[in-house]
Design a protein around this ligand. Structure first.
Ligand SMILES: Nc1ncnc2c1ncn2[C@@H]1O[C@H](COP(=O)(O)OP(=O)(O)OP(=O)(O)O)[C@@H](O)[C@H]1O
Ligand SMILES: [Mg+2]
Length: 444
């Protein structure tokens, strides 16, 4: 190993560990840089080409987690290995385990270090070799595409369509339940593509009264209505060369629909109260959480407009159909709200995470974000079952149409009892009338 002249940056406030890792790496033929603080590490990162970051977590001034977050953002391709001397501080570890970062617990042997370093490099190579990483150089990792997080097949389908449309001006319709990330997808189409310097303008067709929406979108001529003392151009023109995002397009009135059709078809707009046509040049992205096609069938939405909007269609899947992404999202929100409210990354217990995995998330990612935000505020160091809102908690509902295997009912019931006893296993075993050993096995 080390034949490729990889440079490793080691960060630890403990000089002994720093030296130890340095010497080991030397014997593996790596060239290493040493830093005793995050500040030093940042300076080295700036000036040198680094291929692997090895860092301690607990350091006096700025802690390693913040360095990791910084690196994830600014050097997304750089593999990271955490060496921690505090295996009991499982809050940080939990976060790491669920994320894409490898870690090693002190004290470790030379061989363990060698394995961990090799693994970090190997994973990184895989990452670089994958087609997604190649087509998507801005994001680097294959779990993040711009701001969009996810590793599920479902989200990969979304990002591969974004890759195909981001550099052209095809009209895109985004479908998806509330809170699934439709607006984020729209922003990604715009900001990942080559027109990203031009404006992105979002307008919610459901939130603005019809007459106002028309004037907003298309502008108005002087004297078009009382109060129109000067002519004004609309959002179609404000978004020139960029993207106009028509959110909740299903709520547009028939009058607005016919004007939208004209704008898309003829690539021109007419100000309210004017006769003059004006050329426009932009991309339109529309979003809806209602089934537009059935609205077309019911005569509530113009069919011709529907076809103009669906040149490319992106269906954003609900969170319950991509539970693989849930852990990544939880991780992101724990870091975000942990740093915001507690000045550090907050972790989550296995029970609590399990409950999140089993809930069906009608409000999708927005609901998840809200739950994590609240729970971070309510918890001490770690989010436990007791910090999660009641509506997530198991209800065994026998009138439910779904027929569940006994094992599932057992699992749900055990969790319910554990929760009710504040995770007191002796008490739970007593209630369940099984011994503690059996309970432990079942929990596993
Ligand atoms: N894949 C994702 N990765 C990270 N964050 C996400 C992802 N998808 C959604 N979010 C976050 O979830 C929240 C809701 O997303 P967004 O507003 O785009 O949803 P929406 O589908 O437009 O919802 P609505 O139908 O209610 O308008 C936002 O805070 C967004 O940043
Ligand atoms: Mg939205």
């Amino acid at each position: 190993m080390g034949l490729k002249n990889e440079n490793v940056l080691i960060v630890d406030d403990d000089i002994n560990i720093l030296e130890l890792i340095y010497r080991h790496l030397q014997s593996f033929n790596y060239h290493s840089y040493k830093a005793v603080s995050v500040k030093e590490a940042l300076a080295i990162l700036k000036d040198s080409r680094i291929d692997l970051l090895i860092t301690d977590l607990k350091m006096p001034d700025v802690d390693g987690m913040q360095l990791i977050n910084y690196v994830s953002e600014h050097y997304p391709k750089l593999p990271k290995l955490v060496v921690t001397g505090y295996p009991s501080v499982d809050d940080a570890l939990n976060v790491l385990k669920s994320g894409a970062i490898d870690y090693l617990v002190k004290p470790f042997t030379k061989e363990e270090l060698r394995q961990a370093v090799m693994k970090s490099f190997a994973e990184n190579e895989q990452l670089l070799a994958s087609p997604i990483a190649q087509t998507n150089s801005k994001s680097g990792g294959n779990e993040q595409y711009g701001e969009l997080i996810g590793r599920s097949k479902a989200i990969k389908r979304v990002t591969s369509i974004i890759d195909r449309v981001k550099d052209n001006k095809a009209t895109v319709l985004i479908n998806g339940e509330s809170g699934t990330g439709k607006e984020l997808v729209a922003r990604s189409v715009h900001y990942m593509g080559k027109f990203s310097r031009a404006p992105f303008i979002a307008v919610n067709c459901g939130a603005i009264p019809e007459s106002l929406l028309e004037a907003e979108l298309f502008g108005y001529a002087k004297g078009a209505f009382t109060g129109a003392q000067e002519q004004r151009s609309g959002l179609f023109q404000a978004a020139d060369k960029g993207t106009l995002f028509l959110d909740e397009v299903g709520n547009a009135s028939p009058a607005v629909q016919s004007k939208l059709l004209r704008a898309l078809q003829e690539k021109e707009v007419i100000k309210v109260g004017s006769q003059k046509t004006e050329k426009i040049d932009l991309r339109v992205i529309a979003a809806t959480n209602s089934d537009l096609l059935s609205m077309v069938q019911k005569g509530l939405f113009r069919e011709d407009l529907y076809y103009r909007l669906t040149v490319v269609e992106i269906n954003v899947p609900p969170l319950r159909e991509r539970k693989e992404d849930l852990v990544l999202l939880v991780n992101k929100f724990l870091t975000k709200y942990g740093l915001e409210y507690k000045d550090r990354v907050v972790s989550i217990t296995a029970d609590a995470l399990d409950l999140l995995m089993r809930y069906n998330w009608p409000g999708n990612i927005r609901e998840l974000e809200n739950v994590i935000q609240r729970s971070v505020i309510m918890c001490d160091k770690q989010i436990g079952l007791e910090n999660l809102p009641d509506n997530l908690k198991v209800k065994i509902n026998f009138s439910d149409d779904r027929l569940l295997p006994l094992r599932e009912i057992e699992k749900q019931y055990i969790l319910k009892v554990l929760e009710a006893t504040g995770n007191n296993k002796s008490r739970a075993a007593e209630i369940l009338q099984i011994d503690r050993k059996t309970l432990r096995q079942k929990i596993q």
